[in-house]
Design a protein around this ligand. Structure first.
Ligand code: PEP
Length: 245
């Protein structure tokens, strides 16, 4: 399966940061993986214009479940498609915790993303306490089951396994823990989506850097990475892309 390397800029970046996305065009010309950068909403359209014609896709970090209506401050999937987004991150742990996004809300948003012709990157992951209690696989598989809508296929859905305790902390699970979780996610996807479940890409996310990417990409059922901090600088992000290729 072709790996997907996705960058999540979170609430970082002004117009001057677009140079970091543009710089990737030169570095990633021959890379044998798919690449997507998800800048803040304010930069999506400009970023899509800058990477037009290249192998880099642009994504957004959230959307509303409805196509339009009285939802002040929100943005629909259709609007994101119109400004050049091709992917939408959904259910990131920061949104699940800060905005109390439920699995059902994530699934509803994913339907909207699929209906707009975009690909959802659905995030799941356990907290430190849940792992310490030995419930990591149970928690993640339950999140997965309830966050994936029936519209999901291998071409419109990507799963990102992101242990909450590994995001932005410098902590990374052992390769054995990653393998165990990704294999459980694969089984759950197959059970839920049949043949399609075998083709859904499962990304690992949480403190991925150029220095640890190669080892993580060597783990079975790791089909790429969702990268936060290390995606902000083209030089570091390019190191991760190279490790996948
Ligand atoms: C993320 O926010 O999705 C993430 C994985 O962050 P970081 O790579 O900085 O841990």
């Amino acid at each position: 399966m072709k790996k997907l390397i996705a960058g999540n800029w979170k609430m970082n970046g002004l117009a001057s940061s677009l140079a970091e996305i543009e710089a990737l065009k030169g570095i990633t010309g021959e890379a044998a993986c798919d690449i997507v950068v998800c800048p803040p909403l304010t930069l999506v359209e400009k970023a899509a214009e800058r990477v037009g014609g290249s192998r880099i896709a642009i994504g957004a970090q959230d959307c509303h479940a409805q196509p339009s209506g009285a939802y002040t401050g929100d943005v629909s999937a259709e609007m994101l498609a119109e400004i050049g987004a091709r992917f939408v991150i959904l259910g990131h742990s920061e949104r699940r915790s800060a905005y109390r996004e439920t699995d059902a809300a994530v699934a509803a948003k994913a339907i909207a993303v699929h209906q707009a012709g975009l690909t959802s990157i659905i995030c799941v992951g356990e907290t430190r306490a849940e792992r310490d209690e030995g419930r990591a696989i149970e928690v993640v598989c339950a999140q997965l089951e309830a966050s994936i809508p029936n519209t999901a296929t291998s071409s419109n859905t990507v799963i990102a396994y992101e242990p909450v305790w590994a995001i932005g902390t410098g902590l990374v699970p052992t390769l054995e823990q990653i393998e165990e979780m990704h294999s459980s996610i694969r089984q759950a996807l197959e059970k839920r989506l049949g043949e399609n479940g075998l083709g859904v890409r499962i990304l690992y996310g949480g403190s991925v850097k150029a220095s640890n990417a190669k080892a993580i990409f060597g783990v079975s059922n790791v089909d790429g990475a969702l990268v936060g901090g290390a995606s902000l600088k083209a030089s570091e992000f390019a190191g991760i892309i190279t490790a996948a290729a």
